[in-house]
Design a protein around this ligand. Structure first.
Ligand SMILES: *Cc1c(COP(=O)(O)O)cnc(C)c1O
Length: 235
């Protein structure tokens, strides 16, 4: 397990990689946000990264958000849900996060809208798009994303802020890149449709192994876990 100094050194490396990729691609965004993907990482270690200036945390499971809430809710950090959300966990999820990056179906949007109505609140979301074509992954297909954006936009308590995708788990950049390029194209298509209540400012793509490629293809947010906190124990 990594100690605090390792985490801080890793953080420095990741920030340098991001800066290099942004500089080399003359990126349209003036900066790329770093979200720390903290599944299996203890709240104390997360606190170390927050203390070093990182203020954006992503968790995959509502249960882990609940377990870490006591520590994380006292820290100056924004929490996002980046994993699959079951409809029966909606109420709980909304208690912990300000953004759900994994909105991928209309019945989930309906449940969110209903709950948000009852608590008189709203939530940011990213629409999750499956750009890798793997059947095991969640997310709407790129071809259905525009229709899904139009449908979701009718729910006035849900603020669509952009798109999220999980890249192909491959080592070869030539295999990874087309999915990220596709997400950018879908973003442009939805942006050009000028739908009320839909903003496309965020393109969340890229992880420890491929954040450089994702930034080259236009990511405005990368989600990084193991490059900062070390390899995770196998489930
Ligand atoms: C775990 C995870 C990440 C980070 O993966 P690393 O390879 O550890 O950087 C990013 N996004 C999602 C949705 C994840 O589940």
């Amino acid at each position: 397990m990594l100690n605090d100094d390792d985490i801080l050194a890793n953080l420095g490396d990741v920030r340098a990689r991001i800066a290099r990729a942004v500089a080399e691609t003359q990126h349209e965004a003036d900066h790329v946000r770093l979200l720390l993907a903290t599944k299996t990482v203890s709240a104390e270690r997360i606190a170390t990264a927050v203390g070093a200036g990182e203020h954006l945390i992503g968790e995959n499971r509502v249960q882990e958000l609940a377990q870490k809430d006591e520590v994380l809710s006292a820290l100056p950090c924004e929490r996002h849900l980046i994993g699959h959300l079951q409809t029966n966990k909606v109420n709980q999820a909304l208690a912990y996060v300000t953004c759900i990056q994994s909105l991928d179906r209309v019945d989930l949007a309906d449940r969110l809208q209903r709950r948000l109505d009852s608590i008189d609140s709203s939530v940011d979301v990213l629409l999750q798009v499956n750009t890798s074509g793997e059947i095991s992954k969640f997310g709407v297909s790129p071809d259905d994303a525009l229709t899904f954006a139009r449908e979701t936009a009718k729910r006035d308590r849900i603020r669509i802020r952009g798109l999220m995708t999980i890249g192909l788990p491959a080592a070869d950049p030539d295999l990874i890149r087309p999915g990220y390029r596709r997400l950018r194209e879908v973003r442009d298509q939805i942006r050009d449709a000028r739908i009320d209540n839909v903003h496309m400012g965020t393109l969340s793509m890229g992880m420890s192994g491929d954040l450089d490629i994702a930034i080259e293809e236009g990511a405005t947010m990368v989600r990084v876990g193991s490059a900062v906190f070390g390899v995770r124990p196998r489930p």
